[in-house]
Design a protein around this ligand. Structure first.
Ligand SMILES: *Cc1c(COP(=O)(O)O)cnc(C)c1O
Length: 499
């Protein structure tokens, strides 16, 4: 299996190169060059496997130049006990039709751990396979969850350093403490004076600065990225869609071959794209429900055929979905256009030049065969958190609540009673202030800090605070660097020569 660019102007590469490079030289995203299919016979066997064995089977089909042994080691290291608290992806049944796939039992209590625990393993093997001898430096700007998950994933990885920039006033105190208390011999964290865009623009400038990169290369250093356009992050996400399905089969909730729905709270379109890939490769999926928050570029796209970023950026209680350009959508356009690179290039040029593009009807119809989309307002999201708790005694975070709200809208609009899995992307304790306020009322949280609210939520619900979020206000602060956006290149230089 080789990889090619969605824009069609780069040569085919092995999986290892796609992982190390992250983005293709022509600016496109790497996608598998051939279609992957899991037959019914294969799936009969897959449905009996443990999570680790299932992961190996699926990764085997995509990681062309990896040996079986390499895949074994990657999976063993990523999903072993000690990295995840119990099963990496447990399924909870709430009602006859509704199930929850909990993806927040990893070291940072959000779903990005499922991918960012194994990406460093992929990267280590990819360095072996390509013979790249440079030191790899993972450079990331974060609005909260990605940074911590990358730090946890890459800490102490041989031959790889990781640098995370976060906006000083753009993350929650909990998220900031998670990052500045990070241990590890190869990790660097800096606060940027500004917002997420400032940090993100600073990182992009560093990647795009040829002179700067040439200087690093002369010192044997190569920059790489851990963000969700890397195919190495997408691949491990395909696994849990198969797992959730087979889990329902094993429990007798569905029969083998019966189609189900998934509802996915969506930002950069990475998580939900993995669901689409699973469906295209043979997983019996009826509808994939694409849930947006008030930043509803995607929901509007499904209503109008036009992807339009001309709008105000809104800050919501589901911040990981506050995104106007969903980078991974390009991979869907590529597939739905019958792998037509020229069409993709035209749409992406239009997005860059005009901030919008419209898709042809045949592409739109292909997309609509799989997806349904709508959005949840802030009020609706809070209502859902409260209703789900009152009805099922189950606590959901705001992102998951967006997925559930949009699922309700889908059922009302379609009357569909197909069994459904709602993908739960973060622990409710990670976004405790919004959750506690939604359930217990503003008056009960006002004046309390995040750590007091954490305890309040735990006390009132009887649920334990997840281990990664416990006592982080008591940990030693190890990273104190603060810089201006224009000083980010120097800050990177300082981090790399201080070793
Ligand atoms: C990143 C994230 C999302 C969005 O996932 P995408 O793959 O970017 O669509 C949703 N919820 C949480 C909690 C996240 O951290």
């Amino acid at each position: 299996m080789k990889y090619r660019s969605t824009r069609g102007n780069s040569s085919y590469v092995e999986f290892s190169e796609a992982v190390i490079e992250g983005i293709s030289p022509d600016g496109g995203l790497y996608v598998p060059a051939e279609k992957v299919t899991f037959t019914d016979e294969e799936q009969m066997i897959m449905s009996t496997l443990s999570y680790g064995e299932l992961a190996k089977r699926i990764i085997r089909r995509y990681a062309g130049d990896f040996t079986d042994e390499q895949i074994d080691e990657c999976v063993k290291n990523a999903y072993c006990p000690g990295r995840f608290y119990g099963h990496p992806a447990p399924v909870k049944t709430l009602s006859d039709t509704l199930n929850i796939l909990e993806l927040w039992h990893g070291p940072t209590a959000a779903f990005k751990d499922l991918a960012l625990q194994i990406l460093p393993e992929f990267m280590k093997k990819s360095l072996e396979n390509t013979g790249v001898k440079e030191k790899i430096v993972i450079l990331t700007a974060t609005s909260g969850d990605t940074g911590k998950a990358a730090l946890e994933g890459f800490k102490n990885a041989n031959g790889i350093d990781v640098i995370v920039f976060y906006p000083k006033d753009g993350v929650s105190r909990m998220q900031e403490l998670q990052m500045v208390t990070q241990e590890g011999s190869n990790v660097h964290v800096a606060a940027v004076i500004g917002n997420f865009d400032d940090a993100q623009t600073g990182v992009k400038k560093i990647f795009g600065d040829a002179d700067y990169n040439a200087k690093l290369a002369a010192q044997g250093i190569r920059l790489s990225s851990a963000n969700s356009i890397n195919f190495g992050r997408l691949l491990p996400q395909i696994v849990y869609y198969f797992h959730a399905y087979y889990e329902l089969v094993r429990r007798g909730e569905i029969s083998f071959g019966e189609k189900i729905n998934f509802t996915v709270p969506t930002g950069n379109f990475g998580n939900i794209l993995a669901c689409y890939y699973a469906a295209k490769s043979g997983l019996p999926v009826n509808r994939i429900i694409c849930a947006s928050n008030d930043n509803k570029v995607l929901a509007d796209f499904f209503a109008t055929k036009t992807y339009d970023t001309h709008r105000e950026f809104l800050t919501t209680i589901s911040p990981a979905m506050d995104i106007l350009i969903s980078s991974n959508f390009e991979r869907l356009l590529f597939d739905a256009s019958g792998r037509a690179s020229t069409a993709v290039v035209n749409m992406m040029n239009s997005l860059r030049e005009n901030g919008s593009y419209e898709v042809e009807s045949d592409i739109f119809d292909n997309i609509s065969d799989y997806f349904w989309s709508s959005y949840a307002t802030e009020e609706e999201t809070k209502e859902t958190i409260k209703n789900v708790y009152n009805e099922f005694g189950y606590l959901v975070d705001p992102h998951t609540a967006v997925g559930l709200t949009v699922y309700d809208k889908y059922v009302i609009s379609s009357g569909d009673t197909t069994k459904t899995v709602a993908v739960s992307t973060a622990s409710p304790f990670k976004f405790n202030a919004s959750v506690a306020e939604a359930i217990f009322g503003k008056e009960n949280v006002e004046g309390k800090n995040e750590f007091e609210i954490l305890d309040l939520l735990s006390e009132k619900t009887g649920l334990p605070v997840p281990e990664p979020l416990r006592d982080i206000d008591k940990k030693e602060i190890l990273h104190k660097t603060v810089c201006r956006p224009e000083d980010m290149p120097e800050t990177v230089g300082g981090f790399l020569c201080s070793k």
